[in-house]
Design a protein around this ligand. Sequence first.
Ligand SMILES: *Cc1c(COP(=O)(O)O)cnc(C)c1O
Length: 745
Amino acid sequence: MNRERLLNALENIDVRGKTERELYTEISSACMEEILSGKRKAPVKCAYYFSVEYLMGRMFYNNLLALGVLDEAREIFSAKGFDLNAFENVEDAALGNGGLGRLAACYLDSAANLGYPLYGFGIRYQYGLFRQKFVGGEQVEEADDWLKTWGDPWSVRREEEKIEVRFADMTVTAVPYDMPIYGKSVNILRLFQAEGSAEAEKISEYLYPADDTEEGKLLRIRQEYFFSAAAVGQLVRKYVKRYGNDFGHFSEFHVFQLNDTHAVFAVAEFLRLLTKEYRLSFPRAVEIAKRTFNYTNHTILPEALECWNVKLVEKILPEIAQILTRLHIFAEREWNTCGYPKEEIAEMSIVRGGKFSMANVAVYMSEHINGVAEIHTKILKERLFSAAYRHARGKFSNITNGVTQRRWLLLCNEELARFYDERLGRSWRDDLSLIWNIDCGNPETLAAFAKIKAEKKRQLASYIEKREGVKLLENAIYIAQVKRLHEYKRQLMTAFAILRIYFDLKNGKLPDFTPTVFLFGAKAAGSYKRAKEIILFLNKIAELIANDEDVNARLQVVFVQNYDVSYAEKIVAGSDVSLQVSTAGFEASGTGNMKLMMNGAVTVGTMDGANIEIVEKAGRENNYIFGASVEEINSLDGVYDPVAFAAAHPRIKRVTDTLTDGTFEDADGKLSDLAASLFEETYNRADHYYVLYDLLPLVDALLKVNREYKDRTLFTRKQLENATRSAFFSSDRAIRTYAEKIWGI
Ligand SMILES: *Cc1c(COP(=O)(O)O)cnc(C)c1O
């Protein structure tokens, strides 16, 4: 990359008479030319990341930052009378859902910046995650035609590297689109687009199409096999071309990381190629695969652990079904020879109840298996994969998630970055752990930090006013709960806590209450009814409070529409408090918690996921931990009775009654289903996620924050101590660990 040449090229762009899109394409293309100009030397061993989603967000500013020309480019174009902020309207590349996809994006960013050869594989969906708006408080989903307005100048179509993927009933062409990831090395995210026929194109049309019908399930299987097979096919072929078909050295050059189970078909395809096309014996192929694959588990929710009906797989992928069945027999024979108990074999089996357990394939076939936070890995070892762990302890390890400080600090909070520059020089930009050296007790430092937080809050308020048409309270505490909407994340519990505070304010019980704004951002999966009802409930609460003159100067609820990476950048920088209140044992790690911490928000949270490690690093005294621990939740199993619990606590009953007593005119009966989820057995047990059990402790924690916020110096210090101790949560640390401990690159 030649910086001078790039700056020159930018200088020479004529802005006159051009549309924003034309300029966007032209500037992006100039950068791409530089990015792609360098010669890449082939490293010895590369890591390949298989993920069904990548939540890259907006590429423009991130790439200019990576190229080291963002500030200069702003100046160059402002001198020409064009404000680069215009590209804040460029749509996010939202080819992902939430945490899992964003993690993949952070990992690619870190690997490139550290110079590790990590290449991503995935699907180039025509439509990303839906765009969300609210109509009458309810979520409405619109197709995310992300390429329509701005195009995709950050990828290159690689026609010459297309590959055929075969199903029983059709052959599909996988055409790669390469998105360079620029850093110390230039890595590639390769997304495959399905082409060849109208049927074929459906495969890369939507992210997570509904899978409640057989047709939907088949489409999901096709998607998973499509990109896994395309990736494996290319790599194996390239290897054979270079080294012939002695696969004994394959794992010296390749290591595969499965981001959850969505790409486990890659294992089967690898075995298929080696045995059918290159004539290796089955045991030999298994042995080689076992040295190549690794698996990261991201969830213990039973409904999210993929199991595919054997008959369905047979229908469109007969050879793959055959191979997985053979693997099942092969593994059972091995376990029997070792004399493992029957129950343990049943637990680890690849075929269970007529279905392929994709997680069990991954566990059996991987050299390394990791969880994404200490507590999560512990649960994998003790519960989810306990049998496998007993027999292969060395396979299991923990790598706590991380986030890239380039997007989540440098880009979204340049004020805080400059604050570090002024006190530490610029070296912290390459080694985040240096921010620990900030003296959090220094009054001048605290005052400077407080000023930055206030400024980021102002910026956030103005952004929200522009986007939502709502004016946030000033001089208020900003508390954010932003993440996918799921019952285990317990946005419903926060809703009740807000109602509790609302009633107490109305009754004059909270005379010294500091004005507080609760910010929510979350999309609910299209088919997840209950999650949508929680959105409606929160929007109704927002309306109730906004219309109540008694409290609306002290309490406010705003649920922003279409929460995505770009929105997250504003919210994490402008929040005082991070709400991380999942039922203990359910949130594998979380990464939103890390982004908020990095920007100096204190955590109100349960001892779950990475919250535990956040508190360990930042100090319990600097955060607000509440609620039942994993052990306590386990001990409540079969004992907890939410009906009796609510009856015994009038402060709880008063707020849950609002779901059915007409407070919200029952919102067409939609809210009464939420009441049912708490008090009746539905598809889960009554109050499966212990919303009521942890509710009053949450209220207490929020009121404690409210009291302590008054001591502005003390609270600012808590925030700064969080920010300056966040280095462990950099994805640079996580990627270094992967590279050294798992990938050997
Ligand atoms: C970080 C991020 C997430 C993950 O948030 P969690 O709180 O860890 O669940 C989801 N969506 C977006 C847009 C993000 O940036």
